[in-house]
Design a protein around this ligand. Structure first.
Ligand code: ZN
Length: 403
């Protein structure tokens, strides 16, 4: 396949030759010849495909009628509301997760990390459903799964065994939830999470909403444990709201510990929380990546699975307004997210995997500002979606049936 007359992220133009799932070569415009399919991009901007570093494929109501949002002021209330409501969602986890995956791909995302609830109510049912969905869509999207103890680790009896079973069943990483704020047992939860990580050789991604000095102390504890366990580069903390609400001295100390342990920070950049300061973390050498988090579920009636939107939301909140800063916001949904997920970097260069998105924009900064429709999405050298519609091969994949 030749993608002719593509505008590259560096501003140059090229004919992009694709073969064997990779970008085979970049030719000067008009320089590529070959007998394969030729698509004229007519100057459209060709970007690396996007990464959604934090979603909840099992929670989403995508494709089902909207359920009225139940109020819950704190995490504990919200979890109780979700456990009460989850059985009244109209469609199966398989159907909803599949519907969302098609939308994510049509929006240009070909790699995600999804947390999946593990608790005594549902056991491994949600995980088994999402594992089937992952298998069904494996040619079109990379899906990492986190065994997520949404109802706590030490307060939910048997959670440790459930997480271990989830990892054996196919989950890739160990999750956690507010060791102080939810379990009220920082040592207890982190002993279990890091113990499992060491025993089973898995990475970690912890939901940490705990704010202020408590949350910051937990971040430094997680960093120290990461170094002690030799898990550099394999631990992420999602949300880490504490980083947005502590003194500059404490921030410097905490960020330095995170950088040393190579812990990545995921932000969904909610509008009302004290979010981690993206620019200051990056300046101190901390990898920051982005995710949608909740997409139309019991936690939020909002969300659209569009990572260009997410980059724009982050840029606005953090006043990343120059072209260079807008490019940094874009990196949070591409190269930095690949780094955090331990995946090969999706780039527009010869030899890289051909996961690509074409949009009508003059530059990366323009793409973040304009969030133009996705003209073309390529996954491993095959057309996944055109103008927001899944291709025939992708659209024909039926969602796996619920048992
Ligand atoms: Zn989450």
């Amino acid at each position: 396949m030749i993608l002719a007359n593509a505008r590259l992220p560096d501003g140059n133009f090229a004919d992009v030759e694709i073969g064997g799932g990779l970008i085979a070569a970049l030719h000067a415009p008009g320089g590529a010849d070959g007998s394969g399919e030729r698509i004229d991009l007519a100057g459209a901007l060709l970007l690396p495909a996007f990464v959604d570093g934090h979603i909840h494929l099992d929670k989403t109501h995508w494709g089902a009628p909207r359920l009225p949002h139940v109020e819950g002021r704190v995490v504990r209330e919200r979890i109780a509301a979700e456990r009460a409501q989850r059985h009244s969602v109209a469609l199966s986890v398989e159907a909803r997760a599949s519907a969302l995956i098609r939308t994510l791909i049509a929006n240009g995302t070909t790699s995600v990390r999804s947390h999946v609830d593990i608790d005594n109510d549902i056991g491994l049912a949600n995980l088994e459903a999402v594992l089937k969905v992952r298998e069904a869509f494996r040619d079109w999207i990379d899906i990492q799964l986190v065994a997520f103890p949404q109802s706590g680790v030490t307060t939910e009896k048997g959670a440790s065994d459930l997480i271990a079973s989830a990892l054996i069943a196919g989950a890739d990483l160990i999750g956690g939830l507010d060791p102080a704020g939810f379990d009220n047992d920082v040592k207890g939860q982190l002993d279990i999470v890091f113990g499992l990580a060491e025993a089973l050789g898995k990475g970690i991604d912890i939901h940490l909403h705990d704010g202020g000095e408590t949350g910051a102390a937990e971040l430094r504890d997680i960093a120290a444990r990461t170094i002690a366990a030799g898990l550099h580069g394999r631990v992420a903390v999602s949300h880490a709201f504490a980083l947005g609400s502590i003194s500059s001295d404490l921030f410097a100390k905490t960020a330095e510990a995170l950088a040393r342990a190579e812990i990545a920070i995921m932000t969904s950049c909610p509008p009302s929380a004290p979010v981690p300061p993206v620019k200051a973390l990056r300046e101190r050498g901390v990898t920051v990546f982005a995710g949608s988090d909740n997409i139309r579920d019991c936690w939020s009636p909002f969300g659209n699975g569009d990572m260009l939107d997410r980059a724009a939301i982050i840029a606005q909140r953090h006043e990343m307004l120059t072209d260079s800063e807008l490019e940094q916001a874009f990196a949070l949904v591409t190269s930095e997210a690949d780094q955090a997920l331990g995946r090969p970097h999706r780039e527009v260069r010869a030899g890289a995997v051909a996961d690509l998105v074409a949009v009508d924009a003059a530059s990366v900064a323009d793409a973040v500002v304009d969030r133009p429709p996705r003209r073309l999405v390529i996954r491993a050298g095959r057309i996944a979606a055109e103008r927001g519609v899944a291709s025939g091969a992708l659209a024909s994949i039926e969602h796996p049936r619920a048992d």
